[in-house]
Design a protein around this ligand. Structure first.
Ligand code: GLA
Length: 408
């Protein structure tokens, strides 16, 4: 009888899905890849080197300079951290020279600062940069990550077929769950399905198995890359927004503030759209190179409140006049149970300024007492509006204005 039950469960039983209670808000933090990439030649380039010193210094900056207080929490080592060979027991080994004390030491340091620790692997035999990958080692690698004190794992999908991706990500998640350690599971799965294997991702399955997932190409440190990402999410809103919710986030890849690649206006647009998408906010830069203005943007708590709002709704794009895109995002706090506050971002990606007029009441607002309007970048109260009022503004070239409307 017992055998029959087992057979039944085996053949028809529910596949255990991810329900780890993690990432109820989009993760915030720092990840090495966007800026440091595979900087392993530390003798010739000690100032751009992926090693223990770098990771601990990011933890110190987060702790000392207000980033932790603002919500930046995860410090994630991307590819190129391992020795090229596993040890005799088949375990991954951190590069001896660059990570001399191992990963548990780094995790302990990060945890002692009240922060969380993330790492990277790939479902194939090798990672995208050809370091050892986790294929045939899901159990032992999940165990190592858990023993080291990892809180977040980015799992990449280079070099394998579509079928393999579709089973491997589910299996890897089950192994992570089985460790008993809460580990945020970040998958690159739908990106590879759509852009490498040219198929439509099954977001229903992805969102049941991963806490977040990449949808689009890697960010690079340039304004055209940011513009392309923004346009992609605008165009794929209908496809991806239904799956975006607490514990399950679409991930447009890292923020590139601090890399010297954007003007102040462009930096505003970059962070504003990520905030309106309720995207993970993962910086990738040399923390010492963040300008005063970038720091002010990154630590703007009114902005972060929009991104981290507990409803977790992805902002919706609308085309306004003169090629300005309006992104609308409802969020808490609300008045009673019925009246949400709402953020409006007017985004101008063009190289000339544009005038627009907006009637907030046309976007499902319902407080007949009206709203008070706050400008999030100017950090000041603008005016009160009724449901019928319009707001007319000039949006400068490659710039954005965000208003949050609080119900009166
Ligand atoms: C892929 C990922 C990047 C990064 C690199 C590392 O390209 O999309 O984010 O992790 O691999 O090799």
């Amino acid at each position: 009888m017992l055998t029959l039950v087992f057979m039944f469960v085996f053949m028809f039983g529910e596949v255990a899905v991810l329900d780890n209670g993690l990432a109820l808000r989009p993760p915030m933090g720092w990840m090495s890849w966007g800026y440091y990439m595979c900087s392993v030649d530390c003798d010739s380039n000690p100032n751009k080197c992926l090693n223990e010193k770098l990771i601990l210094s990011v933890a110190d900056t987060f702790y000392n300079d207000g980033y932790l207080d603002a919500g930046y929490e995860y410090i994630i080592i991307d590819d190129c951290w391992a020795e090229k060979e596993r040890d005799k027991l088949g375990r991954l080994v951190p590069d001896h020279k660059r990570f001399p004390h191992g990963m548990k030491y780094i995790a302990d340091y990060i945890h002692s600062r009240g922060l969380k620790f993330g790492m990277y692997t790939n479902v194939a035999e090798v990672t995208c940069m050809r370091y050892p990958g986790s294929k045939d080692h899901f159990y032992i690698d999940s165990k190592s990550f858990a023993e080291w004190g990892v809180d977040y794992i980015k799992v990449d999908g280079c070099f394998v077929g579509e079928e393999f991706l579709n089973t491997a990500y589910i299996k890897f998640g089950q192994h992570l769950n089985a460790t008993g350690r809460p580990i945020v599971y970040s998958c690159s799965w739908p990106y590879y399905i759509e852009f490498i294997h040219k198929k439509t991702p099954n977001y229903d399955v992805v969102s049941h198995n991963c806490n977040m997932w990449r949808n689009f190409h890697d960010v690079v440190t340039s304004w055209p890359a940011i513009r392309t990402i923004i346009t992609h999410y605008k165009e794929s809103y209908d496809q991806v927004s239904p799956y975006h919710a607490p514990g399950q986030w679409n991930d447009p890849d890292m923020l590139i503030l601090g890399t010297g690649s954007l003007t102040d206006n462009q930096s505003r647009v970059h962070i504003a759209v990520y905030v309106m998408l309720a995207a993970p906010l993962l910086l990738s830069c040399d923390m010492k190179k963040i300008t005063d203005y970038e720091k002010q943007l990154l630590l703007n708590l009114d902005l972060i409140a929009i991104a981290q709002d507990s409803l977790g709704v992805m902002g919706k794009p609308y085309e306004l006049q003169n090629s300005v895109t309006l992104w609308v995002k409802p969020h808490l706090p609300r008045k009673g149970d019925k009246y949400h506050s709402v953020s409006f971002a007017l985004v101008n990606l063009q190289s000339e300024s544009s005038s627009v007029s907006l009637t907030p009441g046309s976007y499902s607002l319902n407080s007949t007492d009206g709203y008070t309007v706050m400008d999030i970048f100017q950090r000041k109260f603008i005016r009160n509006v009724t449901l019928r009022d319009s707001i007319s503004v000039e949006v400068p070239a490659e710039d954005v204005i965000i208003y949050t409307l609080f119900p009166l």
